[in-house]
Design a protein around this ligand. Sequence first.
Ligand code: NDP
Ligand code: BG6
Length: 498
Amino acid sequence: MANLKPSIIVIFGASGDLAHVKIFPALYGLWEEGFFPETFIIAGFARTKFDDESFKKTIFESINSYCRKRPVSEDNFINFSKHIYYLPSQYAEQESFKKLSEFTTAKASEYNMPKNVVYYLSTPPSVYDNVIDGIKNVGLVSGTFKSGCFSRVVIEKPFGYDYKSAEELNKNLLSVFNEDEIYRIDHYLGKETVQNILAFRFANAIFEPIWNNKYIEHVQISALESIGVGLRAGYFDKSGTIRDMMQNHMMQLLSLVAIEPPALFDADDIRDEKVKLLKSVRHLSLNDVKNCVVRGQYDRGMINNKPVIGYREEEGIALNSFTDTFMAMKLFIDNYRWAGVPFYIRAGKRLKTFKTEICVYFKKLPYSLFAKTGIENMRQNSVIITIQPNEGISINIGAKMPGFKLDIEPVNMVFNYRSSFKLSPPEAYERLIYDIISGDQTLFARYDDMLIAWELITSILNGWSKMESPAFPNYEAGSWGPKEADNLLKADGLSWNN
Ligand code: NDP
Ligand code: BG6
């Protein structure tokens, strides 16, 4: 475990959903487990009218509702919260940032610590520029290197709205911070099961030799959710699944399953490989967008035997919204390893089940030794990496059924996290915040992989803007998504692993 440097963690938008559900519970979880700096300060920066005490109360509630370590004892919380402060502020006012600057200087001196600051942008993206400008204008970051302190900025997805806005946001960030001070969070990279993809591939001698187009027929990557848009209508309706899931989480999963082995297991080598991989994803023409990309929007339906409303009936969603709540696509990676192997990727809300998985299907046998015994259609081998829930990996093989007759049946060899390690994996946000404080960027998106992913997504968005919109809503809540998504695979003689 790294010896963590004393740190001041400033959370912009500290009154919001992400702070409540993820950030504060993760900060507390780390502190309680001893994975936190001995000297620390947490400062909330937002418009909502709190004082230190009422702010601490909301944090206590957050932790007790969402922390892995709940219920939290009051005594423990009192010790933790001694270091929490709240700065009622305005994002567009220089005065607020001046106060923040005075606050960090005063606290660093009071706690006798270097002014190491993590600026965590937990606001809607529309506020990012104000915050970055505020930080820049009052010189909150300048000179930190010379004084031996660190400044880091944390930014949440979506990083921009399209390629151009992502590039602009990046430029703005880079006008204040160096790339090695910027932590772009994609919380999927904080999930143990996602990190395990690289361990599975590169810590075992048996998989890598067959992890290529010679042996693999096709790959499916699915992130299926049964929840709907919930209370995030304002954000989601402007984003859709394409920006909310595809540009970030799904591209990261694709990268990890397909990258070449990095030279070293470190931040830049891994991210260099991701960039190479994403650069090899075949560009989609307008025709490809028409034929290989499917979008959907949920209608009313049943989830867990309970009726749920359609997307257009959700609070805050326009009756004629054309936002996608489902997307599926077929991609090719034009490189030596993957030439000719289709990757089918889908993500969506209000689907029949909740599961995120990567399914790797191997080619059928070159010759069926058992054909004359009446066993014609043996199931092809596959590796299913379940990211969530029931985190684990299963390898599907054919085995002889016990008995006098030769009968081969598919069976699973299963690795399950909870039963193998007898513990539940840490929360993604705990891992990511720990890495931010210790200065490890391995699990964060770099500007170039983020921009290349936007290039692909923007070409699809441009294609959609030239096409007629589908007749939304086009799938029932509680189904597997629009039938066109099934047809995408059916056309290739395949089907989704539902
Ligand atoms: P919220 O909409 O809850 O906003 C966070 C806070 O920002 C608000 O409490 C509000 O605080 C402040 N704020 C400033 N300007 C605005 C504005 N125009 N509209 C609304 N709030 C404003 O966002 P989340 O906490 O859900 O998300 C924060 C960031 O994290 C976003 O970039 C989001 O995309 C990203 N994210 C969120 C996830 C989630 O599950 N919530 C998941 C992954 C990423 P105040 O009024 O007190 O200033
Ligand atoms: C977030 C998206 O990034 O990821 C949400 O904004 C989505 O819309 C969520 O529900 C899914 O995350 P997880 O960890 O539940 O798979």
